[in-house]
Structure formats: C-alpha cells, structure tokens
Design a protein around this ligand. Structure first.
Ligand code: TYD
Length: 219
C-alpha cells in the first residue's frame, strides 16, 4: 500500500449553508472507517493564515478587491505548502472548510474580478493542487443570510457577511458556474430537509468516491 495518497475533500457554500456541521460529520465518518484525517479551514489553518484571516474578516473596514484576493491567495498558498500537500502525500485525508472555489465565487463573482482570472491565480497559488471531491451546499442567498443573522443576532457578522444581497446572489451564480465547469469533482448538495437528510446525501457521494479511489489504488 506504500505511496497511497489521502483523499482531498473541500466544502463550499454561501453563508448559513450548514457546511461546517457537515465537515465535522465527514471527519468522524472517515475516522470511523479507520482513515487518518486532518481537518482544516480557509482562510487560516496555519499561523500566517490565521493572521491573514484576522485582517480579512475583522481588522480592516475596507480593502480593494485585488488586495482582498491577494490575501486569500497568500493564506491558501501557505496552507497548501505547509499542511495540505505533505499530509496527502503521507496518506492522510484532508478535509478543508472552503478552498480555491471560494475565491472564484466570492472574489471572481461577488467582487466581479472574473472567474477565469481567479481560477488562473488559484492554480498558481496552489501549484495546481485540486480537490478530489468538492461539496457545494446550495442555499438561496436570502435564506442563508437570514439563517446566519438569526444565529448571531447580526452582531458578529464579518466583513464579507455584511455585504448586500446582490453580492451574495452573484456569489451563488458564480458557484453554479464553477460547479458546471468542474463537474467531475463537484457535487451540488441540496440543503433542504435538515442536517440528517443533508448528511445522507453527502455520505452517499463520499462512499462512491472512496470506492472509486480504492479501485484506483488496486489497479
Ligand atoms: P468563515 O467564518 O470561515 O465563514 P463560513 O462559516 O461562511 O465559511 O469566513 C470566511 C469568509 O470569507 C466567508 O464569508 C467567505 C469568505 N471567503 C472569500 O471571500 N474568499 C475566499 O477565498 C475564502 C476562502 C473565503
């Protein structure tokens, strides 16, 4: 079994899509199957990344779209080099709450920097590291924002969450376009029906991917 790479799973979605809960469940599920799993998040996941996260979400009131993108890319680049790639190479599964597609959707779509440009820059920042599987938790922008605000009372919203509905709708449209461009790794998951129903959908896709991966390893 020497040289078996871990599986790289990313979770994507708008505000209030419940993806963090699903991320925990994926980790527990894989561990219960005897796999070694590392859970991380973006922006953040490294010392430099957590500092960058603080700047991006809480420290400054405004940032130019290009400066914002550059900071997300810097955090991602560090995470890939320090954490994601070495762990995958050791055979550890890596589950990442947001990854490159978030920049494509939020900065490419939301900030209107352009999907293709951001995809090229992601490719550069990650030295071409793509996930094996990406779950996109679909929720209408208005529903997601309402859920998010209900949870926090509107008090602790970060700089991105404070953006208006138009911004979040552009993000949603960009995600659907990205999902279509990368249909081989994207799984669009409906968030209707509550946590258990969503988990059943995720588990089914995950099982399918694991079986395919095991076949690859034996061929
Ligand atoms: P976080 O608290 O992790 O939000 P969530 O629970 O929604 O994942 O905050 C991350 C915020 O940063 C989120 O609003 C999405 C945004 N973001 C970008 O705009 N571009 C990116 O590349 C990434 C990774 C996140």
């Amino acid at each position: 079994m020497g040289g078996r790479r871990g599986i790289f799973v990313t979770l994507e979605g708008g505000e209030g899509s419940g993806k963090t809960t699903q991320s925990r469940r994926i980790v527990q599920y894989l561990r219960a199957r005897g796999r070694e799993v590392l859970e991380t998040r973006e922006p953040g996941g490294t010392d430099a990344g957590e500092m960058i996260r603080d700047i991006l979400l809480h420290r400054v009131a405004s940032l130019s779209p290009r400066a914002e993108l550059a900071l997300y890319l810097a955090s991602r680049s560090q995470l890939v080099q320090e954490i994601v790639r070495p762990n995958l190479e050791k055979g550890v599964d890596v589950i990442c709450d947001r990854y490159a597609d978030s920049s494509t959707a939020y900065q490419g779509g939301g900030r209107e920097l352009g999907i293709e440009l951001v995809e090229d820059l992601n490719d550069w920042a990650t030295a071409g590291l793509e996930p094996d599987l990406t779950f996109y938790f679909e929720v209408a922008a208005s529903t997601g924002l309402t859920r998010r605000e209900a949870r926090s009372g509107g008090e602790d919203l970060d700089r991105i969450e404070r953006e208006d509905l138009d911004f979040h709708e552009r993000v949603g449209r960009a995600y659907r376009e990205i999902a279509a461009r990368h249909a081989h790794r994207f799984r669009v998951v409906s968030t209707e029906g509550g946590e258990e129903a969503v988990w059943e959908r995720v588990q089914r896709e995950l099982d399918e991917r694991l079986v395919a991966k095991e076949k690859e390893a034996h061929s």
